[in-house]
Design a protein around this ligand. Sequence first.
Ligand code: NDP
Length: 501
Amino acid sequence: MKEFGLFIDGEWQAAKGGKTAPTINPATEEPWATVAVADREDVRKAVAAAKKAHDTGVWRNKSPQERGEILQRVAMAIFERQDEVAAAEVQDGGGTMRKAMSMDVPGAAQTFMHFGQFICGDEYKAMIYEEYDETVPIPSKNLVVREPIGVCAGITPWNFPLIMASWKIAPALAAGNCVVLKPASVTPVSSLMLAEICTKAGVPAGVVNVISGPGGTAGEELATHPDIGKGAFTGSTEVGRRIMQLGAGTLKKVTLELGGKSPNIILDDANLDTAALGALFGTFMHQGQICESGTRVLVHEKVHDQFVEKMLAGIKRIQIGDTMDMTTGMGPLVSSSQREAVEKYVGLGQEQGAKLVAGGKRPSSMGKGYYYEPTVFDEVDNKMRIAQEEIFGPVVSVIRYKDDDEAIRIANDSVYGLGGAVWSSNKDRAVAMAKRIETGTVWVNDYHMINLRFPFGGYKQSGVGRELGKWGLAEYHELKHIHVGEDTPPEGKFYLQLLLN
Ligand code: NDP
């Protein structure tokens, strides 16, 4: 069994209380590694290491070019250890090796590469330093500079542990901050490995710290610690709300990326072959455990029957099986409790009158593991709980509509607003629809195509702030205005007369 400590101040450390916990492989239901469990004191130690690193200037005083080169080295180092990191991701979280090698590892490496390259370029130079000459209210030169915040905390979920850790760490470091990251307790290993990779690639000790520990103690310590300037969280809306409340005590900047119930709208002029497979990809990729999954498929009544038929035919092409087999398309859910949550919702869907047309049970072919069949409910009413609540499993609701206005009304009838899509052979019509959907990302004729160069985040209860691109990077800076006045005798300062006779 592999063993992992906490990664604090550039080295592996045991938890102060000596506590460890096993992490379970969801495909075998067996433990495969043990990981040190941080309590509040360990978190305070990690924050102190990050604060010391920030105060000494060992990272923030490097030029963007120097930081950028190190981040690009981190990207290469992730690729060098890709087999080991991908295997950890699969064994911790239950995703497939196929996904880990083509999404998680490259996605994480590209995040470091993207931010590393961006801060070496002119656009970043222009972003962090602007100059304006003014005559009002008094002649002055005005500098607007962006500076690092200090110590940033990341709290991440179990669905994409490595990518989520990268989305928190890479932009924070790019901006010159130090980081303490707490991964989800069920999937801590790849984030711990990433901390070691960063350090070996040249990120100074103390700049990146990763500690695994329970959300209720280690997470809350981070969310309240006075030396944390910013918290970035991805996870459930409920915990996001709590983190915002906790952060209010010290008025931290908080960005939240939360749940979703995203609409995937099929217009009557869509290419149905592609859209039907796109709808499967949009829902069943990673067993549906993706926040922006298109879990409500809204289909025009004219093409509804044909579309559902194509979806059901497509499902037969999804292979459930051994996560390490590169032909497997769907692995198990992350935990038995997550599968139970899915089963509860499938029961609710049936009780409320939705028509179960595929799945709805554990696959008989898999003796072990938290597997669940890809499940389709047809004739769903948007008021049903399966259409309103985030299930976070392989369950999709197909909802009929009769015209564009009704599709938009249904799409926006949700407390969430994270992702969504419109499928149509008329791009102008699709973009016009996209503009009317209350959501942070809309794909036209695609799904799940998150792009590191562009902002990602939610409207409504799906989040606060944005990650990725220059917009996400901006969230990791403080903004400062420096007014440089003229060096004149007192007569040159008109405002003195407001006080002095
Ligand atoms: P949570 O929101 O509970 O967990 C996400 C992260 O927050 C974990 O690191 C967790 O730690 C931590 N955390 C939990 N409670 C606190 C707290 N009080 N203070 C600070 N940190 C805390 O997600 P779950 O894993 O429980 O999943 C529940 C549901 O959330 C899912 O069914 C799904 O609907 C949604 N979800 C959404 C995700 C998204 O990407 N938007 C991702 C994952 C889940 P620990 O692991 O130790 O509990």
